[in-house]
Design a protein around this ligand. Structure first.
Ligand code: MG
Length: 301
């Protein structure tokens, strides 16, 4: 752990003496959307620009999981363990147990979604996702197109009721999102500096979750210096482990920056995995990395 930056001595307890950062794979164009499957001890992630999904199996290596992937980006699993995927091909899908793919959402009030980016499933089965324009801004990570919605929103989808509603409309480019352990809070990043280098946000905000379905009282939780917080996940104590440029930052629930794991490439997202959930998998541009920690991820993938 020699290279790991420790800003607060509490961070030492989160690290392991031999918990080195290890590169597991190189060969993607833009790695994103890591999602761990404890039932098979494997990790699925997206190569967004490569229009494919990959799978890392401990002890076996990497294979292509899905190609084409409709420019998949963020991934998670629902309460039944099914893979839920944001696709820059302008939809959110669910992969059923039999392998078939169900479209959960592709439009809002008759207008196409922009390019769903990241997603989390709440314990009540509702699917919360962000919908910035990165996948339609160019022909690289999807197909270039105009936004029909005219804005980038955060959505709450209820697959059982078949409803889709906007829960936040004051983001420039909403991106990663994750609930606190008791789901009373929802953290959402805004990476809008990509489109407004002078004044655009590069922070994570935290919202109160009201009645389990609405957001209130937004506060800036953490601003990432010289970078953005793209995707992030929480550990069992509610600490936030977030992508932050060429590294992963760890913040307490109070917003204190405890430390930083430098990564040789630009990091997009993280997820806890391994059978003990004590390994942080990191998607970073062309590569997949992992590091064992003295922490456990929330059971929610
Ligand atoms: Mg993202």
């Amino acid at each position: 752990m020699a290279d790991i930056e420790i800003f607060d001595k509490r961070f030492r307890n989160y690290l392991l003496p031999n918990g080195w950062l290890k590169k597991l794979y190189t060969g993607t164009s833009w790695a994103e959307g890591p999602c761990y499957f404890a039932d098979g001890d494997f990790l699925v992630w997206s190569d967004v620009a490569g229009n494919r999904m990959m799978r890392y199996v401990e002890g076996l290596g990497v294979q292509v999981f899905r190609h084409p992937s409709n420019y998949s980006n963020g991934n998670t699993r629902d309460r039944e363990g099914r893979l839920v995927t944001c696709e820059h091909g302008r939809r959110v899908t669910r992969t059923e147990h039999d392998g078939s793919i169900t479209v959960l959402a592709d439009e809002y009030q008759g207008k196409k979604l922009n390019s769903p980016n990241d997603v989390v499933v709440k314990s009540d089965g509702t699917v919360w996702f962000t919908d910035p324009t990165y996948g339609i801004d160019s022909d690289y990570e999807g197909d270039k197109a105009e936004s029909e919605l005219g804005g980038s929103f955060v959505f709450r989808l209820d697959p059982q009721a078949g409803t889709l509603e906007i829960v936040a409309d004051d983001f420039l480019k909403p991106n990663g999102l994750a609930f606190s352990p008791d789901e009373s809070l929802l953290y959402i990043s805004d990476t809008g500096i990509s489109h407004d280098p002078e004044n655009g946000p590069h922070h994570i905000r935290v919202f109160d979750v009201v009645e389990g379905r609405k957001l209130a009282k937004p506060k800036v939780f953490a601003e990432v210096a010289d970078a953005v917080a793209d995707g992030f996940r929480l550990d069992t104590d509610g600490n936030i482990w977030t992508s932050a440029g060429h590294g992963v930052n760890c913040y307490t629930p109070a917003g204190d920056l405890l430390g930083r794991i430098p990564v040789p490439e630009l990091v997009s997202n993280v997820v806890f995995g391994a059978p003990k959930r004590n390994r942080l998998f990191i998607t970073a541009t062309t590569s997949l990395y992992a590091i064992y920690l003295n922490r456990k991820g929330l059971q929610r993938p």
